[in-house]
Design a protein around this ligand. Structure first.
Ligand SMILES: *[C@@H]1O[C@H](CO)[C@@H](O)[C@H](O)[C@H]1NC(C)=O
Ligand SMILES: *[C@@H]1O[C@H](CO)[C@@H](O)[C@H](O)[C@H]1NC(C)=O
Ligand SMILES: *[C@@H]1O[C@H](CO)[C@@H](O)[C@H](O)[C@H]1NC(C)=O
Ligand SMILES: *[C@@H]1O[C@H](CO)[C@@H](O)[C@H](O)[C@H]1NC(C)=O
Ligand SMILES: *[C@@H]1O[C@H](CO)[C@@H](O)[C@H](O)[C@H]1NC(C)=O
Ligand SMILES: *[C@@H]1O[C@H](CO)[C@@H](O)[C@H](O)[C@H]1NC(C)=O
Ligand SMILES: *[C@@H]1O[C@H](CO)[C@@H](O)[C@H](O)[C@H]1NC(C)=O
Ligand SMILES: *[C@@H]1O[C@H](CO)[C@@H](O)[C@H](O)[C@H]1NC(C)=O
Ligand SMILES: *[C@@H]1O[C@H](CO)[C@@H](O)[C@H](O)[C@H]1NC(C)=O
Ligand SMILES: *[C@@H]1O[C@H](CO)[C@@H](O)[C@H](O)[C@H]1NC(C)=O
Length: 769
């Protein structure tokens, strides 16, 4: 079956710690402890390479993946059976990530000299694969752009079982952060059905015990593809290489791929994988944390919004936007920025953008006039693919280098982006929303055939934004675009599901948020209505689940984006998001679907929740306040802190549901929480809160009028000594109530903020000033 099966008498080289594997103690499934360290995981994950170039990946002593033969296209030929392995060499070395051991393969594919390697690091639970056309290659294009022109690594897709049971998968795919075509199922020739190629994404394999592998490109994200082939000739393979449309490979184009292992489950595996990649690319979270439009409430006009290609009767967009602003001021909704969707600029051939400037029929007095009138609110402004007749291209009389194609044009000029953003700062551009990323990419022959243009396009865009103190939101992004943001820290937010439409289930971003969070990007749910009925709306629809919409938005840590008709905002509901000036009170990380939700879906025989169960936490002074969000569940589900992803919470926990604050109970591995009675009309939010002191037992419930009652945006620090002292921040004239439970009795302390914007709460004295 497999080339590395036991019958093969070959040199079996242990890349990593084989002895340790053999000596490792076998524990029963139920004993498997979630908290193995990264080093433990590194010691337990190994690659085995044979003399003929075959390799396999093992967790403990179990092989999870067997290699399939590599292949490389050159001069119109696919070299596979006739690919010549010239040599294998091993070496040890040290780089920024520490000590490594490397296997280097040398192949000949016609005239093309090929290098490939497998590298493992001491203490790091991942394997890096690389492939390179050393002297380049011509005429490499595959029969289909969704194939690859090279394959290394390449894995067999076969029935696979570990001690814990069959192995399942989660494969991101499609657009919106891998959400729209994500797939889950059994990893087997019949069960493995993923979107691969241009719209492919990271793939995770898991057996439900915690053991998880994450496989993805590790560099040149715009040019790398996975290719799931399942034809009779090759068999069922998962291969990694250069995307299928590439025609010519320049010499020394190194492609890297990673397989990352964690024993801590799917969420942990993606966190570890993302953490390595973010470190490798020095992606900083500075921009995400300081992104104005991630942090404050804004008003939205995109698809699903009341005013999406829709104005007040007989009024221009200019007047309509000013009327929305006047309404918001009248009812005290602190919108801090405005989103302008695709209705405001000039369109050309194929409805692409011709000139990214406001049309006079939309804003008769110009965008700058509106910006002044609306109180200088920063803008999030939408853009789509550039049309073939875009006025910026030299070909069309403009000043800038574009690759003009019949469908779309691609800017290839740093000064274009620098100028576009500088010019746009005159009307307040703060977040550039690049939509239609998938169409711009797949619609451009230049982007599909070139190994560098895709990265250059996105890097120039981000660089222009960075120079102008702006951030970037990705929309309709394939996984490749999302991963390219590892090089672009100013990409702070990305849509994580399809467009909003009132009443739809596009709020289900719990799984795509795992990917976004790993990349350090805030996932965005898209806009929503805060009241059910909005008269004469263009969709002829209603939104029955307004609280769910708001909760999914706030818990995402991305933009919170109401899009109501004038006069139809539920201000009481909406203001549960924020402080009095629109600062979003949110958790410390995006809420993500718990592992059991995915196991349940992928591995049919596992007990998991039949529905959506996401978790997150707020971290204040190192104290962890857990949140379990249950927007939809059939029947009931029993969950422990570990299953909720709270294994790092070391304190004794209490738990309560937001609707029944007084019904608090202990929450521990031996005292699980029974989730039930949650539905989209009445989503449950359970709060797991640490016992701060004993005798009497004190727990902090926080600001119960908010969706996230304990958030770092409100509570700056908590000091637990003889007294409990908290530093809080707020807005001048804002008054809030902070609730504690002391021996199960609720105690509420009022805090009022003055010009200092700070207050100090002391529990013993019951005061806050
Ligand atoms: C491999 O693991 C299985 C189950 O965990 C165990 O029964 C077996 O003894 C192990 N084999 C070796 C060589 O360690
Ligand atoms: C290695 O992995 C196997 C399989 O998950 C597990 O049974 C074993 O306890 C692990 N060993 C260590 C040292 O983590
Ligand atoms: C690399 O180091 C490992 C152990 O640290 C050793 O077993 C191996 O022989 C070394 N390989 C080479 C090529 O030096
Ligand atoms: C590719 O084509 C170019 C131009 O004809 C040629 O110079 C180069 O040697 C070719 N590369 C290979 C690897 O054949
Ligand atoms: C809009 O214009 C039409 C035609 O001029 C007119 O009949 C209608 O009353 C106007 N509606 C409003 C709300 O002003
Ligand atoms: C920026 O504005 C200048 C001056 O009006 C104009 O010449 C240039 O074409 C604009 N560039 C872009 C990309 O908007
Ligand atoms: C960007 O922000 C920095 C710091 O606030 C400021 O010094 C700089 O002038 C700003 N640059 C632009 C182009 O606005
Ligand atoms: C507004 O939201 C609050 C809180 O969810 C709810 O109790 C109230 O019924 C809502 N009002 C309207 C008019 O929808
Ligand atoms: C929580 O915050 C503290 C600093 O206050 C930090 O040291 C710790 O790593 C954080 N923990 C998590 C899980 O984010
Ligand atoms: C949702 O749950 C609540 C509370 O359990 C229940 O009263 C209500 O009937 C449920 N609604 C639907 C539509 O199932």
């Amino acid at each position: 079956m497999s080339p590395s099966g036991a019958g093969v008498a070959a040199m079996r080289t242990c890349v990593k710690f084989c002895l340790l594997v053999l000596l490792s103690v076998t524990t029963s499934l139920s004993d498997r402890h979630p908290k193995r360290s990264t080093e433990d995981d590194a010691n337990n994950f190994s690659v085995h390479v044979e003399k003929n170039g075959a390799y396999s990946l093992r967790v403990g002593n179990k092989t999870w993946l067997y290699s399939a033969p590599p292949f490389f296209n050159s001069d119109g030929v696919t070299y596979k059976e006739n690919l010549k392995l010239k040599s294998i060499q091993t070496a040890n070395g040290t780089d920024a990530f520490g000590k490594f051991e490397i296997f280097s393969f040398s192949y000949q594919a016609g005239v093309s000299e090929i290098g490939a390697s497998i590298k493992t690091y001491e203490g790091h639970p991942f394997v890096l694969f690389s492939q390179v056309y050393l002297n380049g290659a011509n005429n490499t294009r595959a029969a289909n752009v969704n194939y690859a022109i090279s394959g290394f690594p390449s894995f067999l897709v076969e029935d696979m079982e570990t001690d814990a049971g069959v192995v399942g998968y989660l494969a991101y795919g499609g657009m919106m952060c891998g959400d729209t075509e994500k797939k889950m199922g059994i990893f087997s020739p019949d069960g493995f059905k993923i979107t691969s190629g241009l719209a492919g994404g990271p793939v995770a394999l898991f057996d439900g015990s915690g053991d998880t592998l994450v496989i993805s490109p590790a560099n040149r994200f715009m040019a790398a593809s996975n290719w799931h082939s399942d034809n009779s000739e090759d068999g069922h393979l998962l291969q990694y290489g250069i995307m299928g449309g590439v025609t010519t490979v320049p010499a020394n184009t190194v492609m890297e791929f990673i397989v990352y292992y964690s024993s801590g489950g799917i969420n942990r595996a993606f966190e570890g994988w993302g953490s390595y990649l973010r470190q490798a690319y020095q992606r900083t979270d500075y921009y995400v944390r300081n992104d104005f439009t991630n942090n404050y409430l804004g008003y939205w006009t995109d698809n699903g919004a009341y005013y999406y290609y829709n104005t007040e009767q007989n009024k221009t967009y200019q007047q309509t936007m000013l009327d929305v602003k006047a309404y918001a001021d009248q009812v005290n909704i602190p919108y801090r920025y405005w989103q302008y969707d695709s209705w405001w600029y000039y369109k050309g051939v194929g409805s692409g953008v011709k000139t990214w400037w406001a049309r006079p029929d939309v804003f008769p007095d110009g965008f700058q006039y509106l910006y002044n009138k609306i109180g200088h609110l920063p803008a999030t402004a939408h853009n789509r693919y550039w049309s073939s007749d875009t006025t910026y291209a030299k070909e069309n009389g403009g000043k800038y280098n574009f690759v003009v194609g019949p469908m779309v044009s691609v800017p290839d000029d740093q000064s274009f982006w620098d100028d576009l953003f500088r010019n746009s700062s005159s009307w307040g551009l703060y977040t550039y929303e690049q939509d239609w990323l998938n169409k711009e990419f797949s619609g451009s022959e230049a982007l599909l055939s070139d190994v560098d243009l895709g990265a250059r396009w996105l890097n120039q865009m981000a660089d222009g934004a960075r120079k102008n103190n702006m951030s970037v939101q990705y929309c309709m992004a394939n996984s490749r675009h999302i991963m390219q943001a590892l090089e672009n820290s100013v990409v702070t937010q990305a849509r994580a599901s399809d467009d909003y439409s009132p009443g739809s289930a596009q709020w289900k971003i719990g799984i795509s948020s795992i990917f976004a969070y790993a990349m350090g990007i805030a996932p965005f749910k898209d806009d929503f209505w805060s009241t059910t009925v909005q008269p004469n709306n263009p969709y002829h629809d209603t939104e029955p689940h307004t609280e769910l919409q708001l909760a999914a938005s706030v818990l995402s840590t991305g933009p919170v984006a109401p899009s109501d008709m004038i006069g139809h905002t539920n201000v009481t509901l909406l203001m549960r998001c924020c402080n009095a000036e629109g600062l979003i009170l949110k958790p410390s990380k995006p809420a993500t679907a718990i592992d059991d939700q995915i196991y349940m879906k992928a591995l049919s025989d596992r007990p998991g929740p039949d529905g959506e169960v996401w978790s997150t936490y707020s971290n204040v002074s190192g104290l962890m306040f857990g949140i379990i969000f249950v927007p939809e569940i059939t029947g009931q589900h029993s969950i422990t802190p570990h299953k909720a992803g709270f294994s790092q919470m070391t304190k004794t926990l209490m738990v309560y549901e937001q609707h029944t604050v007084t019904e608090m109970s202990a929450f521990a591995e031996e005292s699980p929480l029974l989730i039930s009675g949650c539905n989209t009309s009445r989503p449950c939010i359970y709060h797991a809160t640490p016992v701060l002191k004993q005798n009497p037992t004190v727990v902090l419930l926080g600001e119960l009028s908010k969706l996230v009652p304990v958030s770092p945006q409100r509570i700056i620090s908590i000091d637990v000594g003889d007294d409990i002292t908290m530093k809080l921040q707020g807005v001048p004239d804002e008054s809030i109530d902070i609730t504690f439970s002391v021996d199960s009795r609720l105690q509420t302390i009022g805090c009022a903020f003055g010009s200092s914007r700070m207050a100090t709460l002391q529990l013993n004295a019951r005061k806050c000033a």
